[in-house]
Design a protein around this ligand. Structure first.
Ligand code: 13P
Length: 247
């Protein structure tokens, strides 16, 4: 199974559902539709209405983050996985570099993953090296650290997806070379297999994915799909990625 996940970040108002309606109508007619899933993570403000709208349809809705503990609490602006699940989301991103840079530590991320899984959300756990780590050839060790500080063998593997997003690639139009991608994704799967008794959850790639470069990623067997930022805000660009992937 492949995954095409659109992360809207801070984008969208109720009317933006038109973008998803177009993606959904392409998806429902696509002859390849049994081979992949489409998930969109809109901002919290839109989760409930979008999840309701797509309840019996192909697209699933997720959140972009969640709080690490408590069903309810007195923490201003925090939103728990319980609240997210209750309004119809089925997935949540955890560990996106935007949130790591705002203070999400490995300890917090571990608690978030654990609590999201407990609330029956599927977790898309994001990892990725920064520019300095890449320059100093520390990519593999950085990725290994990010994974092993958070994921544990007792976590339910069938509800985990890992998204590899090199931070230097997000929103820059720069992507890793094919060789780099082969090495990093193989490494990530090896680290995951060490944790999960020889099995690996799906590993996605994210960072400047578009309809023009998606064919490069298609050649790398270890990549199980994509986490798409900018191009997920346009139905045409998002559909082009799927179309060109299966061409
Ligand atoms: P872009 O596709 O805009 O580079 O964003 C990737 C990303 O951060 C998705 O979570």
């Amino acid at each position: 199974m492949k995954y095409f996940i659109g992360n809207w970040k801070m984008f969208g108002v109720p009317n933006s559902i038109n973008i998803l309606n177009k993606i959904n109508s392409y998806y429902s007619k696509d002859k390849n539709r049994s081979k992949y899933r489409v998930i969109i993570t809109p901002p919290y403000t839109l989760i409930e209405s979008y999840a309701k709208h797509f309840k019996n349809k192909k697209i699933s809705i997720g959140s972009q983050n969640c709080y690490q503990k408590d069903y309810f609490s007195s923490n201003t602006a925090a939103i728990s996985p319980y609240m997210i699940k209750k309004v119809g989301a089925r997935y949540t991103l955890i560990g996106h570099s935007d949130n790591r840079s705002e203070g999400d530590t490995n300890e917090m991320l571990k608690a978030k993953v654990q609590f999201a899984l407990k609330n029956n959300l599927r977790v898309v756990f994001c990892i990725g090296e920064n520019k300095t780590e890449k320059r100093n050839k520390k990519t593999l060790s950085a990725l290994k650290r990010q994974i092993s500080k958070v994921l544990e063998k007792k976590f339910r593997i069938s509800n985990i997806i890992v998204a590899y997003e090199p931070i230097w690639s997000i929103g820059t139009g720069k992507i890793p070379t094919k060789i780099e991608l082969e090495n990093t994704t193989m490494h990530i799967k090896k680290v995951l297999k060490n944790i999960f008794k020889g099995k690996s959850p799906p590993v996605l790639y994210g960072g400047s994915v578009d309809g023009n470069n998606v064919e490069i990623f298609r050649e790398i067997r270890e990549i199980d799909g994509f986490l798409i930022g900018g191009a997920s805000k346009s139905s045409k660009k998002f559909i082009d990625i799927i179309k060109n992937y299966y061409r």
